[in-house]
Design a protein around this ligand. Structure first.
Ligand SMILES: [Zn+2]
Length: 265
């Protein structure tokens, strides 16, 4: 008889990956070692589930991760699981923005550097608590998709970092809703991002909402899934009003819609 004990995990660059195992008698916990974090699985019905992210710039090909199974009698078993990362060809987009966002003044450069350090420190925190229990939702009511995730970008003729979120159509003043329950960890104006809200959902999962015209939450607030957190706008480095929605999933930049598609719970 064929053994189906080993799952083959497959995901594209920039995609969320759901790992899942069946419930077994006496199995009390599952964790996966992902990007130097121990990510716990959550039991849902007859499955153990965890959502992890394959970064936009992950090396395509075979990877392996350690999964630890814990049993009621105190025993643990570690299985080295293969993960296949498929290359995804993302297009290049050329954009024209105000020159001050491409050739930065010394003051703006210092500010942008300071803010980059601040946001990377946020992403370096791994909150053990898991704030959410339901699937992630799109933050603009009725939006079915976003644009530009992963695009290599050239601003005013100069190459810049790839686009790490999805752009959703939204006119200035459109209500923006939290994609899920979490804690607000940043709520202020940033040089490139304009008015920005960052939500920590716990266990390495963050969502970001950029270029807002108005912010309705403050750092430390616990927001519920679907709660209004601000209004769409055109602040920061933009070509027009829209919502930039980003997901950071255990250190990986992933397409937010890939998180919605797996129904991460
Ligand atoms: Zn964007």
């Amino acid at each position: 008889m064929l053994s189906l004990a080993l799952a083959a995990w497959v995901a594209g660059q920039g995609q969320a990956l759901e790992m899942s195992y069946p419930v077994e008698p006496d199995l009390t916990g599952v964790t996966v070692r992902w990007s130097d974090h121990a990510v716990p699985f959550t039991r849902r019905g007859d499955r153990w589930l965890a959502a992890v992210g394959v970064d936009l710039d992950s090396r395509p090909g075979d990877h392996a991760v350690d999964v630890t199974f814990s049993y009621a009698d105190g025993r643990t078993k570690v299985v080295n699981e293969p993960v296949l990362v498929n290359a995804v060809q993302y297009p290049t987009t050329e954009l024209q923005v105000e020159e001050r966002f491409v050739e930065l003044s010394p003051e703006d450069q210092a500010r942008a550097d300071r803010e980059a350090a601040e946001t990377s420190a946020i992403y370096d925190t791994f909150t053990a608590q898991r704030y959410w229990t339901d699937a992630f939702e799109v933050p603009v009511q009725g939006a079915k998709d976003g644009r530009n995730f992963g695009h290599r970008r050239v601003f005013n003729g100069q190459p810049r970092a790839p686009h790490s979120g999805a752009d959703l159509r939204a006119t200035t003043g459109t209500p923006i809703h939290a994609a899920n329950r979490g804690r607000v960890v940043l709520a202020k104006d940033l040089f490139f991002s304009g008015n920005a809200v960052y939500i920590d959902h716990g266990q390495g999962l963050f969502t970001t909402y950029l270029h807002l015209s108005k912010i309705d939450v403050a750092v430390g607030d616990i927001v519920e899934r679907g709660q209004e957190i601000g209004l769409a706008g055109a602040t920061g480095r933009v070509t027009g009003a829209h919502l930039h929605w980003g997901v950071r999933l255990v250190d990986a930049r992933v397409d937010p819609f890939s998180l919605v598609r797996i129904g991460a719970q």
